[in-house]
Design a protein. Structure first.
Length: 268
């Protein structure tokens, strides 16, 4: 298979072919996802909460993101690798954001940099693009904007959800702003079928959705650990996933303990 490029993903939008990505943070998961044929792997700052047990992703540092980005890069041969700018550099100003992005590309090996809350920092997007660094710009419905427009946060992902016209117009405006700033792709958070479809129609770059996304977008991205049910919470969860790795791991560890305590040879 050919290596995935940004122009190739943009062509997929034009052809109406759905783009698929996963969020991963380590070499083995990247190898498996890459072999499965995902189009891109997103190295998210969600690693802080989902892998390291932090209270929120704001605790993740640039140096920590470089560690996980390098690991994913080493495990990826075909897929495009995106890496998040952690909280801090963008908020500190354009120069700091650019310096951090350069490190992620140069040291981490990322193909594209994801900028969260990008609609609030279009100058940072422009600065990265001017420096030759592609940008995956995140925007969308947040708890704050939901409060402003008087709608429940998370409700937009429900089937048939209708965003208020004023909100849809605002999100379309933000999407166009980010495209004009030079973003190569958009990450639309909590899009919903109404605003999501309007944004997809309004821009020529791919619109991807994770949380609150759906088939109305150009593509989807999912946490690899969620897709395979790899977390303690999946042991008793009723939510459908594509696998339940946590349950399989629990059974394997239980069998290992039994063999070791009984004096039997352990497997593998």
């Amino acid at each position: 298979m050919d290596t995935v490029t940004i122009p190739a993903l943009q062509q997929m939008k034009r052809d109406g072919k759905k783009i698929v990505g996963v969020v991963a943070w380590d070499f083995p998961m990247a190898r498996i996802a890459d072999r499965a044929g995902v189009d891109f792997i997103s190295v998210g700052d969600s690693v802080g909460v989902n892998l390291w047990g932090h209270a929120n992703p704001l605790e993740v540092t640039l140096d920590e993101m470089l560690v996980v980005c390098k690991a994913v890069r080493r495990g990826t041969q075909r897929a495009l690798v995106s890496c998040d700018l952690p909280f801090g550099p963008v908020q500190q100003g354009v120069d700091t954001a650019l310096a951090a992005a350069i490190r992620i590309v140069k040291e981490g090996g990322a193909d594209i940099i994801k900028v969260d809350a990008a609609a609030d920092f279009p100058d940072a997007v422009r600065a990265l693009v001017r420096a030759g660094i592609p940008v995956f710009a995140q925007f969308g419905l947040t708890p704050q904007t939901a409060l402003k427009f008087g709608i429940p946060y998370g409700a937009q992902s429900a089937a048939g959800a209708q965003a208020p016209p004023e909100l849809t117009r605002q999100l379309v405006k933000e999407a166009k702003l980010l495209q004009e700033a030079g973003a190569s792709m958009l990450d639309f958070t909590n899009s919903g079928p109404a605003a999501g479809a309007a944004v997809v129609e309004a821009v020529t770059i791919p619109v991807i959705g994770g949380f609150g996304g759906g088939p109305w977008l150009d593509g989807r991205v999912r946490l690899a650990h969620t897709a395979i049910g790899y977390a303690e919470k999946w042991l008793d969860a009723k939510t459908e996933t594509y696998a339940n790795t946590a349950k399989a791991a629990l059974e394997a560890f239980t069998a290992l303990i039994a063999d070791a305590r009984a004096g039997r040879q352990i497997k593998g």
